[in-house]
Design a binder for this molecule. Structure first.
Ligand SMILES: *[C@@H]1O[C@H](CO)[C@@H](O)[C@H](O)[C@H]1NC(C)=O
Ligand SMILES: *[C@@H]1O[C@H](CO)[C@@H](O)[C@H](O)[C@H]1NC(C)=O
Ligand SMILES: *[C@@H]1O[C@H](CO)[C@@H](O)[C@H](O)[C@H]1NC(C)=O
Length: 449
């Protein structure tokens, strides 16, 4: 996907394969949104804004207060470090932050956005817009870490390193590592994609938010063990194959479970991740994406479809979803805690029990590929030749508990690597310590039924 920046911009940028590195400090402040013609539906092409028809000035205050010049109050959140969304006066605005990439050099222009999308809260009157901060933000430079080329990793078959598996099992006893035969059929690039994809990297994941007394009081009353599977509200485990579509499986899995909950299991849909991979402009196909923008924003703005309307192929392609299929919508998507950085263990427990499974993300290190069972904690071990780097992998939180033998608290999580992986396709991971950042960025939305 290529965004050509329109006449508004002072420089040209393309949406390349790394996210910008924009933080709350960069984005908060006063913005001018220049908005094009509002008479469109959700098929509007926002490669460029076109003729500006409306100027709106907005002030964004940390963590989530947006105000306009007429005194209206609204909401905003950062979306990972890639962009931000504002909801005010009956309209929503979302755009990725602008940046340039030159070889390994990345320059984030956090005081500008790419052309983005705006529409009213009823999903009508779509337009394109571009944001520019009133007080300029100095460009931020960083260098991409050394990455092995896609071409190289596509040529290299994965080979099981039995030494590495032994080391994992010797170093700790909380979880067991094993060799998986199906990994031997994959290239190293397939594995990078399986673990999240090159475009799912997040620089600077927030720490969990402090827990208020009120939240602690509510969380303390919850059961000690909880699992949505015991009541049949979780849809079957699937396999994403060698495509970085975990975010789509996580997002569809949340919608499937919450659909079951909403209908007391009288409807058990399986939604199409391929529709997301091929058709969503809010994500990057088999290279990655983020649950907030898919299970949430895409499902609200464009809707999702049944698996049979676009069966899973596990590769990129042109949007081939059956247009005659009805689309199902969700609403009220949000980061747990309300905004990016507002999440913590207690809020995750409360929302899990009250509303249903949550989309969560965590950092995948290469020991995780070999997980067979137990409570996962990153061992700190790395293979010598480690092409994986750390990727951000999206999965589905379905329960929590305490390990009887060790007393270690854990989350129960549905993966999308098939049923032969882990504990019948699930894994448990240590809870309460933000293990691999799993308590930092949970997301939920609600089916519009
Ligand atoms: C990247 O930045 C370095 C240091 O600032 C510079 O020497 C190099 O020429 C830049 N590379 C590209 C491709 O712009
Ligand atoms: C991203 O930006 C933050 C804040 O400006 C900075 O602390 C951090 O080092 C940056 N990360 C990279 C990889 O440049
Ligand atoms: C939900 O379904 C179960 C099992 O069929 C049934 O026992 C229960 O009464 C239903 N609950 C509601 C609120 O309809």
């Amino acid at each position: 996907m290529l965004f050509i920046v329109g006449a508004l911009s002072l420089f040209s940028v393309v949406f390349a394969d790394t996210p910008a590195n924009c933080t709350y400090e960069d984005i908060q402040g006063r913005w001018l949104f220049q908005i094009g013609d509002r008479g469109h539906d959700n098929t509007v092409n926002c490669d460029a804004v076109g003729k500006v028809e409306t100027n709106v000035y907005l002030t964004l205050k940390f963590p989530d207060l947006a105000t306009d010049d007429e005194g209206n109050e609204g909401f905003w959140t950062l979306i990972y470090n890639q962009g931000f969304e504002v909801r005010i006066k009956g309209r929503k605005y979302f755009a990725f932050s602008a940046y340039e990439k030159n070889g390994k050099n990345v320059t984030s222009h956090c005081g500008k956005t790419m052309p983005g999308w705006t529409h009213d809260v009823m999903d009508r009157n779509w337009a394109c817009f571009q944001g520019q901060k009133v007080t300029p933000v100095p460009p931020k430079h960083h260098q991409m870490p050394e990455q092995h080329s896609v071409e190289l990793l596509q040529q290299l078959k994965f080979r099981t390193n039995y030494d590495f598996i032994d080391q994992i099992n010797k170093k700790q006893s909380l979880w067991k590592a094993t060799a998986y035969r199906d990994m031997e059929d994959m290239t190293l690039e397939d594995l990078v994609r399986r673990a999240g994809g090159r475009k799912s990297k997040i620089i600077g994941i927030p720490k969990p938010a402090p827990v208020s007394e009120e939240v602690k009081r509510i969380a303390d009353k919850l059961p000690e063990i909880f699992d949505w599977r015991t009541t049949g509200f979780v849809s079957p485990v699937r396999n994403q194959g060698g495509c970085g579509s975990c975010y789509a499986f996580s997002a569809m899995g949340m919608n499937e479970a919450r659909w079951r909950l909403r209908t007391n299991n009288t409807e058990q849909p399986v939604f199409s991740p391929q529709d997301i991979v091929e058709c969503s402009e809010y994500s990057q196909g088999c290279d990655g994406g983020f649950p907030y923008l898919i299970g949430g924003k895409y499902a609200e703005d464009f809707g999702i479809v049944d698996e049979k309307c676009n069966p899973y192929k596990g590769k990129d392609g042109k949007c081939s979803t059956d247009k005659s299929c009805p689309r199902q919508y969700s609403y009220n998507y949000q980061y747990i805690g309300g905004f990016y950085g507002g999440c913590n263990e207690e809020l995750m427990k409360i929302n899990l029990v009250k509303n249903g499974p949550l989309s969560v993300s965590f950092e995948v290190y290469n020991d995780f590929f070999h997980y067979k069972g137990g409570v996962y904690v990153h061992t700190g071990l790395q293979e010598k030749f480690n092409p994986f780097e750390i990727t951000n992998h999206a999965v589905l939180l379905v329960g929590y508990g305490v390990d009887a033998a060790t007393g270690v608290k854990f989350w129960t999580v549905k993966n999308s690597w098939g049923t032969q992986w882990g504990e019948d396709g699930y894994f448990r991971i240590r809870r309460g310590t933000d293990e691999c950042s799993i308590e930092s960025i949970a997301v939920q939305s609600f089916p519009l039924y």
